[in-house]
Design a protein around this ligand. Structure first.
Ligand code: ATP
Ligand code: MG
Length: 236
């Protein structure tokens, strides 16, 4: 569970996050809002790349802001970036293997864990393929695979669905829905694809100008006139 309390982030004169309070408890939570709403900034605060001006963030009762980025990874925080971080001259297997140096070892043998995660994301058959030979969808899957290693507690996924075909988006949807059952982690999913959010997230937070525009069951949130006006471009 993520509990955000009076969080503010400022870049010069820009209030990227402005007094945000929200509790996110669904296994898969959506985070949506127009460009520049503060979504990536919120993920950066959770991951430790951005230090807020004020406020508090707890994950499963732990004060996250007191932890260094590395401590957060050990605590179980994982993120994917808007631009995939895949090493081009390493194989799929080695891209994932590199992560094992930084996460707590579980009870399982490391290579067993790697194989299990690769099979789960559907990349076991291309484990020897180099990063540079992967298509966009496979690169996204590598990002998610890395996040699934080493007892994750919370996955922060920044637009994993952008630019995918319909078939790929359907596979991604299935994968995202299955993450809590696969490893017990909560997922916070940023995406502009409202269909993907509606299909995967039971709870959604909508940001606009760094403020909370709506929070609740996804279906209700997407029907909220304020959300439709600000985000979905509906004319009121
Ligand atoms: N490092 C930074 N320095 C200055 N301003 C920043 C920085 N990062 C973000 N901003 C500004 O903060 C606001 C929120 O940006 P953010 O990237 O969090 O939005 P977003 O909701 O992720 O948008 P998008 O949907 O386009 O990815 C924007 O006005 C952006 O220009
Ligand atoms: Mg962003």
């Amino acid at each position: 569970m993520i509990r955000i309390d009076q969080l503010s982030v400022q870049f010069g004169g820009v209030h990227a996050i402005d007094g945000l309070s929200a509790t996110l408890e669904a296994p898969v939570c959506g985070l949506i809002g127009p460009n520049g709403a503060g979504k990536t900034t919120l993920v950066n605060v959770l991951g430790g790349l951005v230090r807020p001006r004020s406020g508090r963030v707890e994950v499963d009762g732990r004060d996250l802001l007191a932890l260094s980025p590395l401590q957060r990874v050990r605590f179980g925080l994982r993120r994917s970036f808007q631009t995939e971080q895949v090493v081009e001259d390493l194989s799929v297997w080695d891209n994932l293997r590199a992560v094992l140096d930084h996460v707590p070892p579980g009870a399982e043998a490391p290579f067993d864990q790697l194989a299990r995660v690769l099979e789960h994301i559907g990349l076991l058959s291309v484990a020897t393929r180099l990063g540079q030979r992967l298509n966009l969808f496979e690169r996204r899957l590598v990002e998610i695979g890395k996040a699934l290693l080493g007892q994750p507690r919370l996955l922060l996924l920044d637009e994993p669905g952008a630019g995918l075909t319909e078939h790929e988006a359907a596979r991604l949807r299935e994968l995202l829905c299955g993450i809590p059952a696969f490893c017990g982690a909560q997922v916070l999913l940023i995406d502009h694809d409202v269909d993907l959010i509606a299909a995967t997230c039971s709870q959604t937070l909508v940001l606009d100008f760094g403020r909370r525009l709506a929070l609740g069951p996804t279906r209700e949130v997407l029907q909220d006139p304020a959300v439709q006006a600000a985000y979905l471009g509906a004319s009121e």
